[in-house]
Design a protein around this ligand. Structure first.
Ligand SMILES: NC(=O)c1ccc[n+]([C@@H]2O[C@H](COP(=O)([O-])OP(=O)(O)OC[C@H]3O[C@@H](n4cnc5c(N)ncnc54)[C@H](O)[C@@H]3O)[C@@H](O)[C@H]2O)c1
Length: 383
């Protein structure tokens, strides 16, 4: 098996230019970018020139080129399914930006085709492979916060329209807070708690049409969600996402509550920087006589402890999941940010929309195999 895999990138927009292409060129020694492709050829050409990438190809050419091992799909969500399926039909492994599909059918068709062709599918977000989430998982596995009872995922703010050069797509089918930011916290929650069994959710569209910079855009997707996930073993988690709230003091966060303490991850979309994982432990709530202190419990925030991260990981490390998938292909084992997991995540995201539309609980159809922790030296070995 070859040591360095050749990547064909489709989509040379914001995330490709800002994160993936520089990261792959600089950080991950098991892959190289062989070719770029974009509907806007000039965009691909200028990115290729900036990084000395040899080939700019059309869509037909990139799928047919026998040199390419993996298609990295960084296009808009509406075309992920079509392009991922085409890549698999042309015999290439796929790593896709999130979501894997706009609904369960698209995601499950994709993993079924990969299985039939004996190819790998991986999917963002891969943030759960970063040092912050990995540290949380170790805290849980080590039993520091006791038996896990429940969890909370939240991300509530006033929309992403001021941070992207062309933001209208955030309010169209395929995006909204559930499909756009939901994959981060939801993946992490599932990574901690296991497969979901049933969901319920209330929500809707808060502001329509939506003022964006110098114009208004029609909103096609729900913009606030108040949901609950029930897991197979009966435990629950609450999920709150919104792009309609000003300064809600509710995230971004993933929190896990155990019998002996609570775990706080301050930013689900972060690979690991400084001390951003905290715990609050029952033992720190006791006074000198060993009794739970009312004074301490009413100021519990002051007793949170930083947990040192289990490994060093650059804050922004997009592409880590693809890097890990390539090692999995070489070793003939399942990858971690894998298609089965992404399919379950997609069903949860879509399930919340179905629950809002029907006003009834949504019963999950898919599941996933437990995903183990990352080796703590993985990131440093791949540099
Ligand atoms: N921008 C971010 O901050 C960010 C962060 C995390 C994940 N993502 C995800 O990354 C993906 C891309 O987001 P973005 O912000 O870079 O979008 P973008 O609109 O900036 O870029 C998408 C690019 O894909 C190209 N494209 C679309 N359809 C194509 C096709 N059929 N063939 C070839 N090229 C095609 C477009 O021309 C464009 O250059 C989305 O799935 C998004 O959810 C984005």
């Amino acid at each position: 098996m070859k040591d360095v895999f050749k990547i064909g990138v489709i989509g040379c927009g914001d995330i490709s230019t800002r994160n993936y292409v520089p990261n792959i060129m600089d950080r991950f020694r098991n892959m190289e970018i062989y070719a770029l492709c974009d509907l806007n050829r000039e965009r691909a050409e200028s990115l290729a020139a900036a990084h000395g990438i040899a080939h700019v190809l059309s869509l037909d050419e990139i799928f047919e080129d026998p040199e390419i091992d993996v298609i990295l799909n960084l296009t808009n969500p509406q075309v992920h399914y079509e392009l991922n399926m085409r890549a698999l039909r042309s015999g290439k492994h796929v790593y896709s930006e999130k979501p894997l599909g706009l609904n369960l059918k698209e995601a499950s068709d994709t993993i079924a085709l990969a299985k039939e062709k004996n190819l790998y599918v991986g999917c963002a977000p891969d943030v759960f492979l970063g040092a912050g989430v990995q540290t949380c998982r170790k805290v849980i596995e080590d039993g520091l916060i006791g038996d896990i009872l429940s969890a909370k995922v939240a991300n509530m703010y006033h929309g992403p329209e001021n941070i992207h050069p062309a933001p209208d797509f955030f309010y169209k089918i395929g995006a909204g807070p559930m499909l756009d930011i939901g994959p981060y916290g939801i993946s992490e929650m599932l990574y901690f708690m296991g497969p979901a069994e049933e969901l319920c959710c209330y929500g809707g569209i808060g502001i329509n049409p939506r003022p964006i910079k110098d114009h208004y855009t029609d909103v096609e997707v729900n913009t606030h969600y108040n949901g609950i996930v029930k897991f197979a073993d009966g435990r629950c988690a609450s999920v709150n996402f919104s792009w309609d709230t000003w300064g809600a003091e509710n995230g971004p966060c993933v929190q896990v509550y155990g019998t002996k303490g609570s775990l706080f991850l301050s930013d689900p979309d972060n690979y690991g920087e400084g001390s951003r994982v905290h715990v609050l432990l029952e033992e720190d709530m006791r006074d000198e006589n060993g009794k739970i202190s009312r004074e301490k419990t009413s100021h519990s925030g002051e007793y949170k402890k930083d947990i040192p991260l289990v490994f060093d990981c650059p804050t922004e490390n997009r592409g880590l999941g693809l890097c890990e998938m390539i090692e999995a292909i070489k070793e003939g084992r399942p990858s971690r940010a894998n298609g089965e997991f992404a399919c379950h995540v997609t069903e949860v995201l879509d399930g919340f929309n179905i629950a809002i539309a029907t006003g009834k609980p949504y019963k999950m159809q898919t599941t996933f195999q437990q995903i183990s922790r990352m080796p703590e030296d993985f990131v440093s070995k791949m540099r």
